[in-house]
Design a protein around this ligand. Sequence first.
Ligand code: CMC
Length: 427
Amino acid sequence: MSNKAILEYDGKKYEFPVLIGTENEVAIDIEKLRGQSGIITLDPGFKNTGSCKSAITFLDGEKGILQYRGYTIEELSEKSSFIEVAFLLIFGELPTQVELEKFKKDIKKESMVSEEMKNILDGFPRSAHPMGVLSSLTSALTAFNPIPVNVNDPKAVYNAVCKIIGKFAVISAWAFRNSEGLPLNYSDNTVDYVENFMQLMFKIPTEKYVVSPAVVKAMDQLLILHEDHEQNCSTATVRVVGSSHAGLFASISAGVSALWGPLHGGANQAVIEMLEEIQNDGGDVEKFILKAKDPNDPFRLMGFGHRVYKNFDPRAKIIKKAADDVLESLGIEDPILDIAKHLEEVALKDEYFVSRKLYPNVDFYSGIIYRALGIPTGMFTVMFAVGRLPGWIAQWLEMREGKEPIGRPRQLYVGATKRPYVDIDKR
Ligand code: CMC
């Protein structure tokens, strides 16, 4: 493999180093391109542009591989837990038993949120989308924790990590309780993170809350599958916002907003809405496939396609099986699941989807599990955010500890050239 790349332009040759990643990915380092030649590269949507070097997550879109710190998603989702994987992502190695117990305990110590945060929540109407509420409350946490994290002090970093993980579950659940008009719950530190999160969401003050271990396991697995996904839209946002040295909570809040969009995390809500629409329309799957293929129809098959996966999304494979298991263990028959499976079957045989390498992604089946667990559609993307939080933290820290420069892309200007100002009476 050559260790340099040559660009020829206007009769001159420019040489650039070629970097090889640990999984043999190849990148041309164009850092000096503009300085040497005055030229920039243009890559809208960053389809070919690596924005950083990262040691956190590896994915191979052709082979359908996803690994956190070298461990496969299949193994982690089967054997590990959400908090253990959070430790792995953020600190780089799987924790020892002692480290894990301490991490869990320290997160629990942070599971109280200032009572004044309730005043902010009260300002939102019930109709507010929980993602908007979550983004605002995450940003509001900055007001109650005004000292920026000193990234050069491992203890301060550790404390900030525990703080945001501890409080994020609470404010996420509060966003849900607000939208349902239910009283807010406090954490129960006698149970683990995922079970506590479910209590925060669903416990009714007048009743004892009981949740089956199978449901807690399914939720834990879903959260693990969402924990990181290298430089996706929200993670890239967190890194860019943080690169201006904006604080951790402010950067995470920006990540929540980026995740909200239907082309990213918001797709899990859009999938269920689409499946319901198909059901209410009489269940004619082929009709919606035709709509998705029509270039004049803005309709897209939500939960299908991925910028990077061009073979299959390994998360979707695991979640599809989990959806079957959860529905069976809860004794639920959901016709939406049948529509989803039928849709997948038809799309996977259709030339349009095959030629464009469009496969079900992580969001295609996750909503079916959330629905079975009684989570309303508007909350689905919040569930994604709770899962993605450790990834955002890990990426933010990597960027700050690596002393990355401020994110500031270039552009190719195509607007009007210099012209004189025209007085208003002459326009
Ligand atoms: N339904 C119908 N056609 C599609 C779809 C779809 N879901 N996705 C892509 N296409 C077509 C698109 O119209 C284009 O066709 P043509 O070449 O004829 O113009 C071609 O496939 C390539 O699409 P693209 O939009 O250029 O691909 P992209 O890499 O920019 O977009 C995507 C990736 C995920 C935004 C897109 O596939 C999409 O909108 N999918 C639906 C939304 C969705 O499920 N998002 C969740 C992604 S996974 C969770 C996450 O990590 O965010």
